[in-house]
Design a protein. Structure first.
Length: 316
């Protein structure tokens, strides 16, 4: 079923895209009982699953959702999930450039080594340490001095360095975002194998864009109730997750079909469900068509007319 979801996403494109960016992240799915695979997670301070969500960064489509135990995924596990996903995508798009976004606990040596060996680009968060701080000290010190001398509220700068942890086979490009404020210094690091872009573009335009995945997960989890994984069997809960992913795609397709002049073109799923789906109509079926009779004073009559023209295919 998960493979079929990836196939449907690939099939929704008329032509293979030149490049795609995939946002990968996990979210806590709290359980009330002792379902199989549920574990106590000290970070969330509750018993939960920790399913992985993968989204298309450009369109917001949910490419895959994977139910897994309530613990931080290891490098080998992440590598296995990415290997299966990328292999399936390349069955449809062998020449498409694939880029992976992920936060700090996806920046594992197994993941980076596999991406480099399989021509997959990555931009992954990297935890700070004393060695990295020492390598970018010149840039951080300059930012602090500039802020102090100019009496500025904030100074932001970017730099890069070559860094190799003890477990890495070779140095890799690390981009640092430096932010000096009146409250102190904040430095964030990302590691990447993209060599032809500036540090500022990599961090601000590419890495920070993965924050939109948090909104996608919120829609999937809170507005479509995909965290209702109350079955005891993990297979049944995975099936629930797939069904909620199908509902996510239907809602996204409905919003995409909304004309741009309508306010619902950027609405959240709860608003679309209230305004478009939870509507009282009288249904009359005939041999050749189905008629929907709305109230005479329906406030969204123009919206329903435009949706019907967009969604229903015309005979050729």
């Amino acid at each position: 079923m998960t493979r079929a979801m990836v196939d449907l996403w690939c099939g929704s494109h008329l032509h293979p895209p030149k490049a795609i960016t995939l946002d990968i992240d996990d979210t806590a799915d709290t359980v009330d009982g002792h379902q199989q695979l549920s574990l106590f997670n000290a970070h969330y301070d509750e018993r939960c699953f920790l399913p992985i969500h993968v989204y298309d960064a450009e369109t917001g489509h949910c490419v895959a959702t994977i139910l897994r135990p309530g613990k931080t995924p290891s490098g080998k596990e992440i590598r296995a999930h990415l290997r299966r996903l990328v292999r399936r995508i390349r069955m449809h798009w062998p020449d498409t450039i694939i880029t992976i976004h992920g936060d700090g606990h996806y920046g594992r040596r197994e993941v980076m080594a596999w991406c480099e060996a399989n021509n997959v680009q990555y931009v992954l968060g990297l935890s700070k340490n004393a060695t990295l701080d020492a390598q970018v000290f010149t840039a951080t010190d300059a930012a602090c001095v500039k802020r102090a001398l100019g009496k500025l509220d904030i100074v932001r700068d970017y730099t890069e360095t070559q860094y190799a942890a003890k477990s890495w086979p070779c140095p890799r490009r690390v981009v640092a975002r430096i932010e000096a404020t009146r409250k102190g210094l904040d430095v964030r690091y990302v590691v990447t194998n993209i060599a032809h872009r500036s540090p500022q573009w990599l961090y601000d335009s590419l890495y920070c864009a993965r924050g939109q995945a948090e909104n996608h997960i919120k829609w999937h989890k809170r507005q479509l109730a995909s965290d209702r994984s109350s079955c005891r069997s993990p297979l049944a809960n995975q099936m629930r997750l797939i069904l909620h992913t199908a509902a996510y795609r239907l809602m996204l397709a409905l919003r995409t079909a909304t004309p741009r002049q309508q306010v619902l073109v950027s609405a959240e799923f709860t608003t679309i469900r209230t305004r478009v789906l939870k509507v009282a109509v009288r249904i009359k079926e005939t041999a050749s068509r189905i008629r929907l009779a709305f109230a005479a004073n329906c406030p969204d009559a123009a919206l329903f007319q435009s949706l019907a023209r967009t969604i229903i295919p015309r005979p050729t």
